[in-house]
Design a protein around this ligand. Structure first.
Ligand code: GCU
Length: 662
């Protein structure tokens, strides 16, 4: 099995007579993306059915049976497609080349899933305009929070352009991703030079490969570039000289790399430079750059991950969770039209459980994008299995009450609520140069699921997992059932043996792996659980930091009151005694014990079922996963014991069930 092709490895399968009868592919219009759509179909059919259809240059005269026809036709939104069967032919109609490519991949998916040919009629439009990956790859080849090898974009301060990039582009297009940022948001050293002629040639080549699959290349930008490149001594966004510098620079960049989509910027965050240095606002900074890229249709994607990372743990007033809101809410409506604010799903930082970021629903006149992380930094680092699509579904379906209807996070980032067209969803990527792309083979379900979800948020997490399993490992029923069981229980299991009830953190500082209950407790990062012998949790109600009040009603009151706050977020919003009874009927302390014991049991069950797949999965993949499952089994015990012991010793309250606590 070719692991490097992931879900596009196209193993030969038993197919129906009709599928096997496809013998010709004809595209009415010409174009580079269309050509790829046609060759993708040709390769997939040849490998899966064993018969290679011919690519036909002339329109077939009459006999359409067994033909695939690609046809540009208006009527759907950009990237949309209509795939249907007519008199034995399969027709893909789309308004643009990208739509035809997506339609072709939809057809390949139908073939891989063994779905019915006759009567096929599928019509889809991408719900979110921008569907992006954010790679945190450094130019020396390392990846910040990367758990699947090194970068395939960079090595030794050079840009790599090779076959893997082509496969990468195909994988992205096959799930509908249409933009990618290839370098880390923490732009330092050589990466600052990406906007200079040192790298233009390679960037152009890369952007063309991506463009052939309907994908725009984006770069992360160093806000202080004019200074760090040694050309100016200021990066003040209101200085005429600085503004002129950026305009000149962007002219050069877009002339040399015409397919560039724009830039992602992390400013005034965790030590990165930004407009604060000059007493200016984020809007000043973003607008200066937006003005410079505007003539080329460029976008400035500005991150809202801004907080005080030098906090004193004794300070109970400053609340990191508030900071995104406090920094950006008042700037609503002051950004240029080609600026998009990119907001993490939660107010902290990709924990296993967080409330939805309160900026969603608060910003009404600003383009916005949702940022999630599939790299699993805090959710097992691609050694534990943690299928995150169910979490993303919850985030997307969260009602903000910013309007009477159509006010969920999904509605906002798909442009429905505030009638925006520059919006969407980005994921911090989980790929590297490991043969299977994602280290843990099952982590590829997050890669796949993210793209599919951004295109079609109504798809169910289970449906996406199942599709991915069949496309990757074939139709074996046992494989499907077991992997589905594992994926669908994995986030729940991870949450159970992790930090309890929405409090988060409790990890080893800096590398963020493995339990350390007090690891961040007395540190400067603003991430505290505030546990003492009586209780645990952060008071974010009106009596505490007031964070709960940042939501619109009825969410604000619901979170503000411990009686109505959902159990899974109780300790995020409230400091509660250990003997407080949750809505579930259990006390906080008993909940901690029970979930930690049960989480480990669930992992044991997952591993037991997985071991039953020996011989049914490709051996290499089986061994790779087995090794990780054994680690997860051990490591979940470590989590259980560290957390249970800590709270047993702190509270002095015994487990009702008398299980062993160290
Ligand atoms: C987290 C992560 C950093 C990253 C940052 C960000 O804090 O640990 O590595 O740079 O998020 O999103 O910018």
């Amino acid at each position: 099995m070719g692991f490097e092709q992931a879900w596009l490895s196209y193993e030969k399968r038993e197919v129906s007579v009709q599928w096997a009868g496809i013998h010709m592919i004809y595209a009415e219009q010409k174009g580079r993306i269309i050509e790829h759509a046609a060759t993708e179909l040709q390769t997939a059919f040849a490998k899966i059915t064993g018969k290679e259809p011919v690519l036909c240059l002339e329109r077939p005269e009459k006999e359409l049976n067994g033909c695939i026809l690609l046809k540009q036709k208006n009527g759907l939104k950009e990237g949309g497609y209509h795939l249907f069967e007519r008199e034995g032919a399969l027709v893909i109609e789309a308004p643009d080349e990208g739509g035809l490519l997506y339609g072709a991949f939809e057809l390949i998916k139908q073939l891989q899933l063994g779905n019915a040919y006759e009567g096929m009629d599928i019509c889809k439009e991408p719900v979110m305009p921008l569907r992006m990956l954010n790679h945190w790859d450094n130019m020396d080849g390392s990846i910040e929070r990367g758990y699947s090898g090194n970068s395939f974009f960079f090595d030794n301060d050079e840009i790599l352009v090779d076959e893997r990039i082509v496969t990468y582009a195909r994988l992205l297009a096959s799930v509908g991703i249409n933009g990618t940022v290839i370098n880390n948001v923490n732009v330092k050293d050589a990466a600052t030079w990406l906007i200079t002629d040192r790298y233009f040639e390679k960037l152009r080549q890369l952007s063309e490969i991506l463009a052939d699959y309907g994908i725009k290349l984006f770069l992360s930008l160093n806000y202080a570039a004019p200074v760090e490149l040694g050309e100016l001594d200021s990066a003040d966004p209101l200085s005429e000289e600085v503004r002129a510098w950026w305009k000149e620079r962007m002219k050069l960049v877009f002339t040399q790399v015409p397919n560039l989509g724009g830039f992602l910027i992390k400013a005034d965050s965790e030590g990165r430079p930004g407009p604060f240095t000059y007493g200016r606002t984020h809007a000043d900074g973003a607008n200066m750059l937006a003005e410079a890229v505007e003539p080329y249709g460029g976008l400035i994607i500005w991150r809202c991950f801004v907080y005080n990372c030098k906090q004193d743990w004794r300070d109970y007033k400053t609340d990191r969770a508030r900071s995104g809101y406090d920094n950006f809410k008042e700037l609503d409506g002051t950004f240029r039209d080609n600026v998009i604010l990119q907001i993490k799903n939660g107010p902290m930082d990709f924990q296993v459980r967080e409330p939805v970021h309160p900026l969603f629903g608060a910003l009404e006149a600003t383009n916005q994008m949702l940022e999630v992380q599939i790299a699993q930094e805090y959710t097992g680092q691609q050694r534990h299995v943690c299928y995150l699509i169910p979490m993303f579904k919850e985030v997307l379906s969260f009602r903000t009450y910013a309007a009477e209807t159509d006010d969920t996070v999904e509605d906002i980032v798909s442009g429905k609520t505030f009638k925006q067209t520059k919006c969407g969803m980005a994921a911090v990527a989980n790929t590297g140069n490991d043969e299977n792309w994602t280290g843990h083979d099952l982590a590829a379900a997050n890669f796949y699921g993210f793209g599919r979800l951004a295109f079609e948020p109504s798809a169910q997490a289970e449906e996406l997992a199942e599709e991915w399993i069949i496309r990757t490992f074939g139709e074996d029923k046992a494989v499907r059932e077991v992997l589905l069981f594992i994926l669908m229980n994995s986030w729940r299991a991870y949450e159970m043996y992790n930090a309890p009830l929405g409090i988060g953190w409790m990890v080893n500082p800096s590398y963020h792996y493995g339990p350390s209950v007090d690891g961040y407790e007395y540190d400067r990062w603003g991430t505290y659980h505030r546990a003492d012998h009586v209780g645990i949790g952060v008071d974010r109600s009106h009596q505490g930091t007031g964070y709960a009040g940042l939501y619109r009603e009825p969410n604000a009151s619901m979170y503000d009151n411990p009686e109505s706050c959902p159990d899974e977020l109780l300790l995020f919003f409230h400091h509660m005694p250990y003997d407080h009874r949750l809505r579930s009927g259990k006390t906080v302390i008993q909940h901690i014990y029970d979930t930690h014991f049960e989480g480990v049991e669930l992992v044991d069950e997952m591993v037991k079922r997985f071991e039953g797949l020996e011989g049914k999965l490709p051996d290499k993949a089986y061994q790779r996963m087995l090794e990780r499952f054994h680690h997860q089994k051990e490591h979940s015990r470590e989590w259980r014991d560290q957390i249970n012991s800590y709270f047993y010793r702190k509270s002095g309250i015994a487990d009702e069930k008398g299980r062993k606590i160290f």
